[in-house]
Design a protein around this ligand. Sequence first.
Ligand SMILES: *[C@@H]1O[C@H](CO)[C@@H](O)[C@H](O)[C@H]1NC(C)=O
Ligand SMILES: *[C@@H]1O[C@H](CO)[C@@H](O)[C@H](O)[C@H]1NC(C)=O
Ligand SMILES: *[C@@H]1O[C@H](CO)[C@@H](O)[C@H](O)[C@H]1NC(C)=O
Ligand SMILES: *[C@@H]1O[C@H](CO)[C@@H](O)[C@H](O)[C@H]1NC(C)=O
Ligand SMILES: *[C@@H]1O[C@H](CO)[C@@H](O)[C@H](O)[C@H]1NC(C)=O
Length: 410
Amino acid sequence: MDPVLCQMLVLGMAVMMARACPKYCACQNLSESLGTLCPAKGLLFVPPDIDRSTVELRLGGNYILRITQQDFANMTDLVDLTLSRNTISYIQPFSFGDLETLRSLHMDNNRLVELGPDDLRGLVSLQHLILNNNQLGRISEKAFEDLAASLEDLDLSYNNLQALPWHSVRQMINLHQLSLDHNLLDYIPEGTFVDLERLARLDLTSNRLQKLPPDPIFARAQDSEVMTTSFAPQLSLGIGGNPLHCNCELLWFRRLERDDDLETCASPPGLKGRYFWNVREDEFLCEQPLITQHTHRMLVLEGQTASLRCEAIGDPTPTIHWVTPDDRLLGNSSRTVVYHNGTLEILITTSKDYGTFTCIAANLAGESTASVELSIIQLPHISNGTGQASQPKSRPYNLFFLSFSFFPLV
Ligand SMILES: *[C@@H]1O[C@H](CO)[C@@H](O)[C@H](O)[C@H]1NC(C)=O
Ligand SMILES: *[C@@H]1O[C@H](CO)[C@@H](O)[C@H](O)[C@H]1NC(C)=O
Ligand SMILES: *[C@@H]1O[C@H](CO)[C@@H](O)[C@H](O)[C@H]1NC(C)=O
Ligand SMILES: *[C@@H]1O[C@H](CO)[C@@H](O)[C@H](O)[C@H]1NC(C)=O
Ligand SMILES: *[C@@H]1O[C@H](CO)[C@@H](O)[C@H](O)[C@H]1NC(C)=O
């Protein structure tokens, strides 16, 4: 071969190596930062030959199915990553582990159903996380751990989320926008937004929320700008399309001065379908608990399970508490279970469990109580020589004790 031609070939290859750019992709080396653009090229996976020093990487509109640990390994300069409109249903844990400078991750319009604890591990500088239009039903409690403090924009709209790792949301103190609309959220814990002072947009439209936890930030969701500063901006809040339960718990919200947002009441029955802002403040009512059913007295043999019922109605739904004859509040323990329906179970009764138990039904509007008399029939203690059954520890036991007189006494 002609030595000159040969040299040119070698030179040409060297140039091609330096400008390595995956087939079908376009690479721009502008102002010393490399961008790799592979949008809508029919890719089935992330090309393995992407220059590891790339700063921007666009892979939107392809058919990528999964993200693996090799895909973005060593891309420590990457700032912007777009994976929108693919068919990604799986992220291998730690796949983004080297992307410590990544600021923006777009993965909207994919098929993610779940985010595991380490799927987003290592994204310590991430500001924009865009995950709308997936099928997310579950997000691990730990998924947002590494990025909570840096995140400014989180978009999870149009998914199937019933819950979020709310304690992580609470730590997102730099958040400006939080889009949670079009999900299945039915509960937001109180205190979630307390520290999100920079939040300017919160979209909760079209979920299953019956109420909204009162929070100081909602003072900024009013028309007047009294409560807003440049640091704490006005808050644009979307809450329409939720089945709001218009009782006294939402009165605080009714008192805000807001532009109409098409909110309607779904309950209580008397307010169903009413336009929220047309319901008068004095119609936002709660109802004191009323105990409808409870055990009046019960006799059990020592060692057996005592199941004490107590049911109450009220608005909001009352919670039931139990107090022992010696005034201790009962909770779940190795010996007792308090069920949500109000039933108290004493799993293995002892001779000391007799007396008057009190069931307390409580809600915002008040409380009401009922007494339950528990009597224990003690078993004869065989090993204690005398062979005599002790007297039952109870007051109204006589009749019952007679009916049990067939019990074999030793
Ligand atoms: C891009 O440009 C920088 C400096 O201008 C250079 O060091 C680097 O090798 C170039 N990268 C590619 C892939 O051409
Ligand atoms: C990343 O860098 C390490 C160490 O330099 C190297 O062993 C590994 O092969 C690289 N991985 C990729 C996918 O480039
Ligand atoms: C007590 O245990 C029951 C049954 O395991 C459970 O349903 C209930 O939530 C528990 N109550 C509390 C207060 O943890
Ligand atoms: C309350 O719930 C427990 C556990 O689910 C059940 O065993 C009990 O029968 C229930 N009691 C009533 C009164 O519904
Ligand atoms: C026997 O009687 C004593 C005192 O009356 C009591 O402390 C002990 O628990 C009894 N033993 C058994 C096996 O019941």
